[in-house]
Every structure is written in structure tokens, then in C-alpha cells.
Design a protein around this ligand. Structure first.
Ligand code: CUA
Length: 331
């Protein structure tokens, strides 16, 4: 089922069509009541016009059923908007398990994109059609907003935390890519193109020109994990787990519930890992101590932080290294 209206951007996903139907509903309700109110004003003004100087229409004090009708009908119409909108909103935040993760960093004034195999691009996003894509996004400076009109997705991108959005395009073709949050003088130039490609075209693009540009985010993160010295304190499955390691093991840490020194319990997610790298004393896992880990604030870029976090996410237990993981995923 496809809702189309000539002034709308093309809809390149099921979600986009669903958003358009909701939008059509909002418009229909608005249009209906605008017409209704306008017509009633004209009718009443004409019908109940004062006919002469001593025209006295009796005052209406009550209209119980009119009041009830005028409250209940709009209530249900508004509830439809609320639940319909909420359903679409939540669907759009919770990505399917098998979604392919692409990392996006906004900075004044460009979009930087990293694909799972390490391929990078700027102000362009190449994605395969009919494949769920999850975007994990952060900013190097101010608030930006990642907006793809043809997919009807728009998500703010913030400094110091991660935001996520996912989509599954179902039509091959190009779409605009905009920054939808005023972010400085060149905000209007923070634009690009989204290329929705067939699976084979995407694979060709992925392994084509510039494919050897760098390591995958996981591989790059593994190198950083060594070069920054994280490996000296955190078990990653490659070194023996001894009491000499002064930080918590990171094997299987992602997604695990941990108890903090202050008794608080939380699930280890990207934002917790990010905070722990730039501000290690903020929330410390029981029974580890404060002031052991130095801050890496300002010493690593947002891109490197994402790579470190991707590496930690890849440590899923079972003593696997990143090569084994990516090797298994790639075959
Ligand atoms: Cu980035 Cu506007």
C-alpha cells in the first residue's frame, strides 16, 4: 500500500509509507475540522444574526450532549494520533537483531560514515536495499541532526553520547541527506546523498575503489586497545586473567548488568562505555577503585572512541579475538 502525494519526497521504505499515512491522517483531521468550524461560523453568523434592535434570542445555559460529543470525539481522534505516532516512533528506535551497524559522526560541517568492513565515506551513505541498517551516531562538536527525507527518519546527533536510528530501504535510488539542526555558519552546506543500492552493487562498492582505506572499526579499536594501554588493566581474552589486572574484564561486558560501587545497577551500553573512557571515575564497577584509570578525554577522537567501543562490543566471551570475530562474520 503506497500513499503518495505530489509534493512529498519519494518514499523509499515501508516505514516512510507508514509515516505518510499517519501524516495523511493528521492532515485529514485538521482539514475536516478547519472546514467544519469555518462552515459553522458562516452558518451561525447568518442564521443567528440579530434581526432587529429588540431581537432577543433566549440564552442557552446548557448543552450536555454537545459538550460530551465535543470532548469525546476529539479525545479519540487525538488518542489515535498518540498511539499511532508512539508506535512508529518506538519501531524506529529499536533495531532488529540482524541489523547492519554503520557508524556516523557529525562535525562542523560534514557527515563522516564508517562501514563494518572499515570503508569510510564523507557526506555520502551507501546502503544495500532490503537490509536493516542501524546507525550509531555521535558528534564531535555541536548538535547536528541526521535527516534522510526519503526514509522519513530524522535523529539528533549529540556530542558526548550516542543516538541511534534504523531503517530498511525497499526501493533502489538516491535520497538527499541533510543536517536538520542549525549548527553554525555552514549548516546549510552540511548535506549529502544516500545511495540505496542492490545487494550486489553494494558489495561491489564496498570492495571497490578505496576499500582498503583502513581497518574495520573493530580492528582499529583492537589496535587502540593495545596502543592506549587499556590491555594493561582490562582482560580482553588475549592475556591471562590475573589479579594484576586492575580493571574489570571486558569480555562479555557489553550488554551485561553490572553493580556500581554506589550500589546502582546498570546495563553496560555504548553510553556507559563512552562515559567510562572519558570520565572513568563517574561510575565504577564494584569492587574496583577510583583514580586507577586515567581519563582519555581529548586524547582520542570521536571516531576512535567509536572504534574502541565497537571493539569492546565484539568481545562477546568465549576467548575470541577480533580477527576471529570479523573473520566469522565476513565468511
Ligand atoms: Cu550540522 Cu546543521
Amino acid at each position: 500500500m503506497n500513499f503518495s502525494f505530489p509534493t512529498f519526497p519519494e518514499a523509499q521504505s515501508k516505514y516512510a509509507e507508514q509515516v505518510d499515512w499517519l501524516y495523511a491522517y493528521l492532515n485529514a483531521v485538521t482539514f475536516f475540522f478547519t472546514i467544519l468550524v469555518t462552515v459553522l461560523i458562516v452558518v451561525f453568523v447568518t442564521k443567528y444574526k440579530r434581526k432587529s434592535q429588540d431581537d432577543r434570542v433566549p440564552w442557552q445555559h446548557e448543552g450536555k450532549w454537545l459538550e460530551i460529543t465535543g470532548s469525546v470525539i476529539p479525545f479519540f481522534l487525538a488518542m489515535v494520533m498518540f498511539f499511532w505516532g508512539a508506535k512508529l516512533h518506538f519501531n524506529n528506535r529499536i533495531a532488529p537483531e540482524d541489523a547492519m551497524e554503520i557508524l556516523v559522526t557529525g562535525k562542523q560541517w560534514m557527515w563522516k560514515v564508517q562501514h563494518p568492513n572499515g570503508k569510510r565515506e564523507i557526506n555520502e551513505l551507501h546502503v544495500p536495499v532490503n537490509q536493516p541498517i542501524k546507525l550509531t551516531m555521535t558528534s564531535e562538536d555541536v548538535i547536528h541532526s541526521f535527516y534522510i527525507p526519503n526514509l522519513r527518519i530524522k535523529q539528533d546527533v549529540l556530542f558526548g553520547r550516542y543516538t541511534r536510528v534504523w531503517f530498511e530501504a525497499d526501493k533502489v535510488g538516491n535520497s538527499h541527506l541533510f543536517c536538520a539542526e542549525f549548527c553554525g555558519t555552514e549548516h546549510s552546506a552540511m548535506v549529502g546523498t544516500v545511495y540505496i543500492m542492490s545487494e550486489s552493487d553494494y558489495q561491489a562498492w564496498l570492495t571497490g575503489e578505496g576499500a582498503m582505506a583502513g581497518d574495520s572499526p573493530v580492528e582499529a579499536g583492537e589496535k587502540l586497545f593495545s596502543s592506549l594501554g587499556c590491555i594493561g588493566c582490562h582482560h580482553n581474552g588475549t592475556q591471562p586473567e590475573t589479579p594484576a589486572l586492575q580493571g574489570p574484564s571486558l569480555v562479555g561486558a557489553f550488554g551485561r548488568e553490572e553493580e556500581m560501587n554506589n550500589g546502582e545497577k546498570l546495563i553496560v551500553d555504548e553510553d556507559y562505555l563512552l562515559e567510562s573512557i572519558v570520565n572513568p571515575n563517574a561510575k565504577i564497577v564494584k569492587p574496583y577503585r577510583e583514580n586507577i584509570m586515567p581519563t582519555f578525554k581529548g586524547q582520542v577522537t570521536e571516531t576512535q572512541l567509536m572504534q574502541l567501543i565497537e571493539y569492546i562490543k565484539s568481545l562477546k566471551g568465549g576467548e575470541q579475538t577480533a580477527e576471529q570475530k570479523t573473520g566469522a562474520a565476513g565468511s
